[in-house]
Ligand binder design. Structure first.
Ligand code: SAH
Length: 585
């Protein structure tokens, strides 16, 4: 389950919030459990400004919510989103002092399990109100991972029959019900049936499917990425459905789709797996594994199973296991490498796709400082921090890990494509002949670059044409930098300087400013952003005439305005705004 967001409105709730957070951080599944606090009232991990909007955003993303405030407030905030019961994450209200734990929403997403866990950690009884759960000690309609309820409507009728006093039989293996206080009788009319077979519509049966079927499919092969036409995914889905139908098996019994490692880049396979909402796994059959696609199953499955005969030559072969199969044990996954930008520093300037990639990663690589900024990480996530200079080596390491099937995230600050790791990763890939690297699912997630974060704080100095320049001559000759500075200054572009100065490059900034001063007036507006979006960050506006290189260090963004960039003071707080108008005289 996704880690909950613990939401507080004041300092009085912080101690309880931290106790609940500790519960989830200590657990393996407790990825990235953070305390969200109302800005201006209390400081914690993630600030928010408006409770209603924040809770709605969390809810819409499916994040479990533990709100330390009145139950009524929480209900009012999420009320507009309640119409669709299917996608309801767990929502709980907890008293600020930890004296009450009230599960509100998300019965089918395990809210009562969370309520019990949190209440146990706070040493109070949870306020469970679900009748079936109170009576039977478990939510019959919420089977564990690896099992799926056939039909929720049927399930609800079934539980109300039990509550009305009926007994049930259990057919098939349902180990999670062993401790439940269900009224059982061998001759009962009602039955809980754990089976991969499709539900036949009988109302006196609660059907739960173990995810015990693997479908081996033939993909379009290596290089399918470019060639596979639209609809190929739907075709695979139809063939798998036909094969399941032919054996009376329910689609919800699927544990995974399995294909040849040669087809890792086939988008139709990924589309088909997504459509069944199951993982896509890969295997490399050995000669002794026989003919495709059954040979994939022999190569990939490490548990007892039976191959089901297929009548038609649809390219799909099914394997059926006696129990639910953990998809992580089937063959291997396609490796993934995601290059992300953290933004300038604070969590709320990181794009959600980057946060998601971090949450899902098995391995995180990057310069130590940035990896720390990306936290808190989940126990079990492997961190490979390195010194900032070893960029190519780090890029190659990322591909090596990803080509073993791991899910790797490479972390940059700001945007990964702006003087950062994305280009190094692509350089390593282009230079490589290794087909395993080419099979890695590579993606790049943008971030808020330092120039943009600094500009936003100052106003809109990049409101007209601008350029971004790195003043570092580590990877390019200084003569090129001088030439670009002259041209940019002459063209009256606003300039954003990255890497303006460092201990190893002490004189370059003064030289650069001399060049700019030859073209721009001393009154030109300059913005200095230091540690923007990080603790202790500062913003300064001054003129080109006033600017000294001693005002700047390697954590500073220098924005030099154009001839039209202006500054004015406004507002009751006397705020200073710098902007470059959209027009030219
Ligand atoms: N990929 C990064 C840039 C890396 S180059 C991005 O898109 O922002 C490193 C330079 O970026 C630093 O020398 C500094 O000039 C600038 N920088 C990075 N983070 C910054 C921050 N939080 N505040 C101000 N400048 C920053």
């Amino acid at each position: 389950m996704m880690a909950p967001a613990i939401v507080i409105l004041g300092a009085g709730a912080l101690a309880t919030a931290r106790r609940i957070q500790a519960l989830y951080v200590e657990r393996d599944a407790g990825a990235n459990c953070q305390v969200h606090a109302l800005q201006g009232r209390v400081d914690a991990d993630v600030p928010f400004t408006e409770l209603g909007a924040h809770l709605c955003e969390l809810y819409a993303r499916g994040t479990p919510i533990v709100a330390l405030c009145a139950a009524g407030i929480v209900i009012r905030c999420v009320a507009p989103l309640l119409s669709n019961k299917g996608v309801e994450p767990p929502v709980l209200a907890v008293a600020e002092d930890g004296s009450a734990v009230v599960p509100l929403l998300g019965g089918l997403a395990g809210v009562n399990v969370m309520a019990r866990e949190i209440a146990a950690a706070l040493a109070v009884p949870p306020a469970i109100t679900t009748s079936g759960e109170l009576r039977f000690g478990t939510c019959v309609l919420n089977p564990p991972d690896g099992y799926a309820l056939a039909d929720i409507g049927q399930g609800k009728r079934f539980v109300s029959d039990l509550l009305a006093g009926e007994s049930t039989r259990i057919e098939g293996a349902a180990p999670w019900l062993d401790d439940a206080q269900l009224p059982r009788a061998a001759s009962a009319r009602l039955a809980i049936r754990v089976t991969p077979r499709a539900w036949n519509g009988r109302e006196d049966e609660l059907v739960i499917h173990p995810r015990s079927v693997v479908a081996a499919v033939i993909g379009a092969g290596a290089g399918a990425g470019a060639g596979a036409g639209a609809g190929a995914g739907a075709e695979i889905v139809a063939c798998v459905r036909d094969a399941l139908d032919a054996h009376g098996l329910a689609p919800l019994s699927l544990a995974a789709l399995l294909a040849s490692s040669d087809c890792m880049a086939d988008p139709a396979l990924a589309e088909a797996a997504a459509s069944f909402n199951v993982p896509l796994r890969f295997a490399q059959p050995r000669p002794e594994d026989g003919e495709p696609p059954a040979n994939l199953l022999h190569a990939a499955l490490r548990i007892p199973y039976e191959i089901l005969p297929n009548d038609k030559d649809t390219g799909v072969t099914l394997a059926l296991a006696p129990l639910a199969i953990d998809p992580a044990t089937i063959g291997r996954a396609r490796g993934r490498l995601t290059v992300i930008g953290l933004g300038p520093g604070s969590a709320d300037l990181m794009v959600p796709a980057a946060r998601r990639a971090l949450d899902e990663a098995s391995d995180i690589l990057g310069y130590d400082t940035y990896v720390k900024m990306a936290g808190p990480l989940r126990t079990g996530q492997r961190v490979h921090g390195t010194d900032n200079r070893e960029e190519m080596q780090r890029a190659r390491h990322a591909f090596e890990l990803a080509s073993e099937g791991r899910s790797v995230v490479m972390v940059s600050s700001g945007d990964p494509g702006v003087f950062a790791m994305a280009a190094a990763v692509l350089e390593a890939l282009e230079a490589s002949q290794d087909p395993a690297w080419a099979a890695v699912e590579l993606s790049i997630v943008p971030g808020v670059s330092a120039a943009l974060a600094t500009a936003a704080q100052a106003g809109a100095p990049l409101g007209h044409d601008f350029c971004m320049l790195s003043l570092s001559d580590n990877l390019k000759p200084w003569t090129i930098i001088e030439k670009r500075l002259r041209h940019a200054a002459e063209a009256d572009l606003v300039m954003a300087f990255y890497n303006p100065i460092s201990r190893a490059r002490p004189w370059q900034l003064d030289k650069a400013l001399d060049i700019v001063r030859a073209y721009r007036a001393d009154t030109t507006q300059v913005v200095l952003g230091h540690d923007i979006g990080r603790p202790g960050g500062t913003l300064r506006t001054l003129t080109l005439g006033e600017l000294r290189s001693s005002d700047v260090d390697m954590r500073t963004m220098v924005i030099v305005g154009s001839s039209t960039t202006r500054k004015f003071t406004s507002g009751i707080d006397g705020a200073e705004w710098v902007y470059t108008p959209r027009w030219y005289e």
